[in-house]
Design a binder for this molecule. Structure first.
Ligand code: ADP
Ligand code: ADP
Length: 232
């Protein structure tokens, strides 16, 4: 599904040169759930941004769902990103004036799907996250955990090949964090491929596969038996 070989990402300014990723190698297969941990500044966000085609790289090769992304122009990258990737952010990034339906609809409109197809995708996605009955609510009428579930629905509605989550429970109290994690585990059991950056070692350990990033490189590649792999 995702194959990175010897990826380096170097940020240059007048005085300094930062190797955010150096000779980074990772292969993720369809259906895997991968947790990415590591100290602040180690390159986790850069990795997710490169994986999500939001950032470029200076060296190495990257194949996503069988497509070599080298040499693609911005339009092609944008189309590929819309088709293949579902993003989940720490801050949900919901539009406050839009109800849940319209929030999930936004990227589908952008992609030009017709009304019937959009409605099908939105209904399915809200159903999957358990918020179908609240399609007309505004984000402000929901808890933080529910808002994150809307953001997950928005990602799912794109029917992506892979979900990329950056600290998805970073703003949630522990109960809501657990509910969001249970949802991600359920989605994984149902077939979603997920890569999640997290600071929480327990959360990471509950996930099938862990990688640790230090100084832009993978230093640990433990495969844990999932503690909570089929939680629903
Ligand atoms: P993490 O997500 O693990 O905290 P990052 O990927 O954000 O790490 O950052 C890795 C390194 O790259 C850090 O040294 C950071 O300061 C640097 N970096 C990240 N983004 C940029 C940027 N846009 N310009 C310059 N340096 C950057
Ligand atoms: P383009 O490069 O074609 O202008 P964008 O970078 O604007 O595309 O958007 C790329 C993808 O990221 C789209 O699917 C868009 O819906 C999604 N996107 C952009 N901004 C956000 C956001 N704040 N929250 C959620 N999705 C977003």
């Amino acid at each position: 599904m995702l194959n990175m070989k010897d990826i380096s990402r170097i940020y240059r300014s007048d005085t300094i040169q930062t190797h955010a990723l150096r000779d980074f190698n990772l292969q993720v297969n369809t259906g895997e759930f991968v947790a990415v941990t590591g100290p602040s500044g180690s390159g986790k966000s850069t990795f997710l941004n490169v994986a999500g085609l939001l950032d470029s790289f200076d060296k190495g090769s990257y194949e996503l769902d069988g497509i070599n992304i080298q040499g693609l122009n911005d339009d092609e990258l944008s189309r590929l990103r819309n088709e293949k990737i579902g993003f989940i952010f720490q801050n949900y990034n919901l539009i406050p004036d839009f109800n849940l339906f319209d929030n999930v609809d936004m990227p589908l409109r952008y992609r030009g799907f017709n009304a019937t197809e959009r409605k099908r995708r939105i209904s399915n996605a809200l159903e999957q996250v358990g918020l179908a009955s609240r399609a007309n609510y505004l984000p402000s009428q929901l808890s933080g955990g529910q808002q994150q579930r809307v953001a997950i629905a928005r990602a799912l509605a794109g029917e992506p090949k892979i979900l990329l989550a950056d600290e998805p429970t970073g703003n949630l109290d522990s109960l809501m964090a657990r509910q969001v994690m249970e949802l991600l585990h359920t989605l994984n059991t149902e077939g979603s491929t997920i890569i999640m950056v997290t600071h929480d070692p327990d959360q990471a350990r509950a996930v099938g596969r862990n990688i640790q990033v230090i100084d832009g490189q993978i230093t640990d590649h433990s495969v844990y038996a999932p503690i909570n792999g089929n939680a629903t």
